[in-house]
Design a protein around this ligand. Structure first.
Ligand code: FDA
Length: 497
């Protein structure tokens, strides 16, 4: 309520926020989490909490009146459609030159993501978080994160015969015929549940294509892992549909936090001010960067340093499809949870996930999301005339990503006698170079903060999310975000509380 005081306030309920809240609560600190998205704990009129991927509705998008599907076209035809304005689950946030997809709701990105839980190869870690000791990460914090998230590997014997992974086996065959290492990646999906989906024994979720707009079954989101544990301590409260707009110093070393309460059409219905002894920014790379860039530029937090808003990257995301021959069908039943990738990081700077195209019909297509070594970095700046924070990314900055992905797919196409699909992102457009699923950086560790996420210039303010990671993780990012949050929380709790 307005005027309340809390010992620790956490902005956002994604990976960084959930880890921080749990560890604080276990150390005896009362925590209040503020989340701009919805709780996602109540079924809609159709009896399910989340909308299906093939029939987006009011639940699917954050404050849009038309869907913005990552694959915008099929056979060249646009597939987006009108939906009612609602505080839905997937935000396609448009900046100049890039749309940044993010989860909105209690659980953050865990609500909408593919569940791929990948630890970077140790030899690449120096390029991921150069100021962090790899020994402590690989011996302590990565294992702790994987355990906390419920990460497991698919049963290889089942995978070899399951209809729903035919597309992945085709991906493996093409990778191996061209000499590329094909690697399995762990996931947070419940494999026993998926086996029962394949067997027709339970309601389908991954096997109904559910992922982008939430999974009604099977996926271990943060709601089922870190946040469930956090709530069980009795010390963690969560306020959904509340958005933090300002944090300023108050007397006694505390901070005043201004919070807007939203209704489900995004209208502010109340504005509250609370005080907090400590504030943890865990609003995601974009959310935290936008907040801190504005608070620095407007003088609300004058002690922040010149690194705020810098070092933002897209994890080198780029998408493409390949058209297969008729003798290489990828299957009409495709699990929405990817299990494997093509690892050409060392030679070509690309790690390509073999992704599903769960349309329910045979497409004879292979689809890939590549994570690439793209050196370009954007910067957030505040524009007083509009009151908005902008990002200076340019679409042309994806060219190094396209070049890296081509080191894999040009070779596979030459070997197989196949071509790129040109109908998935427009008409005669091969590359999905207009988006990212993996925003990282903007408040980089050991630059905008100390080496444990403490913001410079304002004791008691911390950053705990993907904004700490300088733009690239060489693989999918959430395990690294979780492990870094575990590491920083342990240090901060030991030294500052
Ligand atoms: P995260 O974005 O999870 O959480 C931030 C939270 O803060 C959000 O809930 C947001 O609503 C809230 N917030 C923001 N501003 C606020 C404010 N001002 N006030 C209150 N609340 C605020 N990664 C991976 O490793 N494997 C995968 O398979 C995938 N797949 C994937 C698919 C899709 C479609 C997407 C969009 C993303 C992925 N990802 C992924 C990426 C992964 O989900 C992402 O890296 C993490 O969720 C980021 O975690 P954070 O803790 O940084 O923020």
């Amino acid at each position: 309520p307005d005027g309340a005081h809390v010992p620790a306030l956490v902005i956002g309920t994604g990976y960084g926020g959930s880890v921080t809240a749990l560890r604080l609560a276990q150390a005896g600190v009362d925590v209040h989490m503020i989340e701009m998205g919805m709780a996602w704990d109540t079924p809609g009129p159709d009896g399910t909490i989340f909308a299906n991927t093939t029939s987006p509705d009011y639940r699917s998008y954050w404050l849009r009146t038309r869907t913005k599907q990552p694959l915008s076209n099929f056979l060249g035809f646009p597939i987006d459609k009108d939906v009612p304005l609602h505080t839905g689950i997937l935000d396609a946030e448009d900046f100049s030159g890039i749309s940044v997809y993010q989860g909105r709701g209690v659980g953050g990105g865990s609500l909408v993501n593919g569940g791929m839980a990948v630890t970077p190869r140790r030899e690449n870690f120096g390029g991921v978080l150069p100021s962090v000791n790899p020994d402590e990460m690989y011996n302590v914090y990565y294992p702790r994160a994987n355990a906390g998230l419920g990460v497991t590997e698919v049963d290889p014997g089942w995978w070899e015969s399951a209809d729903c992974y035919q597309y992945a086996r085709v991906g493996r065959k093409h990778a191996e015929r061209s000499g590329f290492p094909f690697v399995f990646v762990p996931n947070v999906y419940d494999w026993d549940y998926m086996k029962q989906e394949q067997a027709g024994a339970v309601p389908r979720s991954a096997l109904r294509g559910e992922v982008l707009y939430g999974n009604n079954h099977g996926k271990k989101t943060l709601q089922k892992t870190y946040l469930a544990q956090a709530r069980a301590t009795g010390r963690v409260a969560i306020s959904p549909l509340h958005k933090v707009t300002s944090v300023t110093p108050a007397s006694g070393g505390r901070y005043t936090v201004v919070i807007e309460q939203l209704n489900t059409t995004g209208v502010t219905t109340a504005t509250k001010a609370v005080t907090a002894d400590r504030v943890f920014f865990a609003a995601g790379s974009v959310g935290t960067s936008k907040l801190l860039t504005k608070l620095k530029a407007t003088g609300a937090l004058p002690g922040l340093n010149g690194e705020i808003g810098k070092g933002w990257g897209d994890n080198g995301n780029v998408m493409c499809g390949r058209a297969n021959h008729m003798w290489d069908p990828t299957g009409s039943l495709q699990s929405a949870m990817p299990t494997a990738g093509i690892d050409n990081w060392a030679a070509g700077g690309a790690f390509a996930e073999v992704a599903p195209l769960p349309t329910g019909i045979e497409t004879y297509a292979s689809f890939y999301l590549s994570i690439t070594k793209n050196p370009n970095r954007g910067q957030f700046t505040y524009h007083p005339a509009t009151g908005k924070v902008e990002l200076n990314w340019q679409t042309a900055w994806k060219q190094p990503s396209i070049n890296a992905a081509k080191t894999i797919f040009d070779k596979i196409n030459a070997k197989e006698g196949t071509i790129y699909r040109t109908d998935l992102f427009g008409v005669y457009k091969i590359w999905g170079d207009h988006l990212t699923y993996h925003p990282l950086g903007g408040v980089v560790l050991n630059k905008a903060t100390d080496n444990y996420g403490r913001l410079h210039g304002h004791p008691g303010l911390y950053v705990a999310d993907g904004s700490l990671i300088p733009g690239n993780t060489s693989v999918n990012p959430f395990v690294t975000i979780t492990a870094l949050a575990e590491r920083n929380a342990e240090r901060v709790i030991a030294e500052d509380f």
